[in-house]
Design a protein around this ligand. Structure first.
Ligand SMILES: O=P(O)(O)O[C@H]1O[C@H](CO)[C@@H](O)[C@H]1O
Ligand SMILES: O=c1cc[nH]c(=O)[nH]1
Length: 232
């Protein structure tokens, strides 16, 4: 048991899926896992363990933003021995050729957070995906003919930016989309020597203002989850 997770030792698998939304965690457990049980309800941040194709796997909500996600990832790694952390999140597209429901695999994460500059005396650390997980995700998506883009994403501290055009600078450097956790996840995984990958689904477009519903963000992002479940 840790401060924010009430699971007993051994109840969480070495591989875990990490949606920001706890109800997406519930949907994933109920839809894709067999023999799943809920191991965490502290703060309503639901976590489940079950099996997928005979292998033990867990899924844990992390909340929104780097600070919340880093609390759960820290405890999962340090207190529960989790080794493979795969975020399954929604994202806002920066590029005009990205459509709603497209899949993005985050090779690296830029950020507006000062978490690494604070920790590295003003220098930048480059939060990077684990290569083996990345390759497994890519190979599975290609085998299943699921289109995806792989590249740099922005982990932003702000969802509602004052400037609706802020994304254009990032877009001009090839950044694919905004989300709010991956830079923290990749940084912690590097620090603790474990593996991390973020797989995202486009839920909004900063370019044309299109968006999917809250309901779809909770329980319609199947492709991203299927890739994540077959990435270990
Ligand atoms: O859908 P999730 O995983 O929560 O991810 C994205 O959605 C939230 C904002 O709506 C932020 O957490 C962002 O990173
Ligand atoms: O951080 C996020 C997540 C989804 N959509 C956005 O526009 N931003």
């Amino acid at each position: 048991m840790s401060i924010h997770i009430e699971a007993k030792k051994g109840e969480i698998a070495e591989t875990i899926l990490l949606p920001g939304d706890p109800l997406r965690a519930k949907w994933i457990a109920e839809t894709f896992l067999e023999d799943s049980f809920c191991y965490n309800d502290v703060r309503g941040m639901l976590g489940y363990t079950g099996t997928y194709k005979g292998r033990r796997i867990s899924v844990q909500g992390t909340g929104m933003g780097i600070p919340s996600a880093m609390i759960y990832c820290h405890e999962l790694i340090k207190e529960y021995g989790v080794k493979n952390l795969i975020r399954v999140g929604s994202a806002g597209a920066f590029q005009p050729d990205l459509k709603l429901m497209d899949i993005i695999i985050a090779m690296s994460a830029s950020t507006t957070s000062s978490l690494n500059r604070d920790n590295f005396n003003g220098a930048d650390f480059a939060p990077t995906a684990n290569f083996d997980l990345l390759m497994k995700a890519v190979k599975f998506a290609e085998k299943e003919n699921i289109d995806f883009r792989a590249g740099n994403v922005l982990s932003s501290d702000i969802f509602y930016d004052d400037d609706p055009e802020y994304y254009k600078k990032w877009a001009s450097y090839g950044v694919l989309c905004a989300e709010m956790e991956t830079a923290g996840l990749y940084t912690l995984a590097s620090k603790f020597g474990v593996n991390a990958l973020s797989i995202l689904t486009v839920s909004d477009s900063l370019v044309n203002g299109e968006e999917i519903s809250s309901e779809m963000r909770e329980h319609k992002l199947n492709h991203m989850v299927e890739i994540a479940l077959n990435t270990y």
